[in-house]
Design a protein around this ligand. Sequence first.
Ligand code: 1CP
Length: 348
Amino acid sequence: MLKNDLLLRAARGEYTERTPVWLMRQAGRILPEYRALRAKLSGFKELVETPELAAEVTIQPVDALDVDAAIIFSDILVVPEAMGLTYEMLEARGPLFPETIKTAHDVARMRIADPEEHLGYVLEAIRVTKRALNGRVPLIGFAGAPWTILAYMVEGHGSKTFSKARRMLYTNPELAHELLRKITATTIAYLQAQVAAGANIIQVFDSWAGILPPNHYREFSSRYIAEICNALPDVPVTVFAKGAYFAIPEFATFNCRTIGLDWNEDPRAVRAAIGDEKTLQGNLDPCALYGTREQVQQATIEMLRRFGPQRHIANLGHGVYPDTDADNVRVFIDTVKEFSPMAREGNL
Ligand code: 1CP
C-alpha cells in the first residue's frame, strides 16, 4: 500500500488535495550523492546494470528532494541492447552505438527481446527499489517510444537532425516498419514485465517526436505508441512526445491517462483543445531553474495557474539540466506543494 498516492490519483483523474510533483531526470548529476557514487564506478552502465546501485540512485531524489514519485534509474537505450545492438555511454558525450541498422539483414538480426532474459537487471532493480521504498511514493517505469529508439539504432548517436533515421522513412519505409514492429513487441513485453515487477505507472518517452512532420509522425510513431497503451490496460500510462504539439489531440483518444507537455506548449490551449478527460504533466522550462529563488517561485506559480488545480502533475517540460542548482530544484518542488492547495480555494 502506498503512503503517498497523489501521483496515481492525479493520473486517474481523481481529486488531489495538492498537485503532485516530480522531475524528469531527477536522479543524476544535480545531486551530489549521485556524483559521489558515480565517481566510484567504471561508468554509467555499471550503475544501470547493478540492481542495488540503480535502486540506490532511484531513491536519492525521494530522500533529498521529497518528490512525489521515484523513476527507475535506467535508460531508454537498454531496449536496443536487449534486441542485439550494444551501446556505449561516453563520458560527457552521451550514447554511441558502434554498429547501426542499415540493411534488411541488420533488421533481421534484431531479436524481440525476452524481458527476464535480456532485461532482468532492470526488473530486479525495480523489485529492489520497491522493497526499499516501502510504499513511500509510487515508482515510475519507462521506455522510449519505438520511433525514438529507431532513431538511435539507425543514427548511432544523438543528433540535431537524425537525418539518417529520417532518410530511412523516405527511402525504405517498409524496413522502418519492420524494425518498429520488433521494437514495439519488445517494448510491450518489457513494460508489462516492469508492471509485474512493481512499477505503478509507465511513461513512454518520444524524445525525438518533434523532428518528424505530422504525416510521418502518424505513420511511424503515434500508431506504435497507441499499441503500447492498449497493451497496458491495468496501469496508468503517460505519453510524453517532445515537440509533437500537433499530435496531442490524437493522444487524447489513446488508452493513456496522462499527456506530458514540453515548455513550448500552452496548457490552457491544450485543455481547450482536448477537454478534461486526460491529466496533463509538465511543463516549466528547465532554464527557468537558472533564475533567482524568487524568479523560480514566480515561474512555478505561473505554471500552476496555467494548468489549474486538478488533473495536473507538476514537472519540467523536459529533463532537468545537469548544471542546475539543487536548491532551485527544491524551490520548484516546495512552491508546488505550498501554492497548489491555494488554487483549490481559488486563491492563486
Ligand atoms: O553518466 C551519466 O550520468 C549520464 C547521464 C544520463 C543519465 C543520468 C544518461 C545518458 N541517462 C541517464 C538516466 C536516464 N535516462 C533516466 C533516469 C531516470 C531519471 O529520469 O531520473 C531516464 C528516464 C532516461 C531516459 C532517456 N535516455 C531519454 C528519454 C528522456 C529524455 O531526456 O528525452 C533519452 C533520449 C535518453 C538517451 C540518453 N541517455 C543519456 C544521454 C545523455 C541521452 C541523450 C543523448 C542525446 O541527446 O541524444
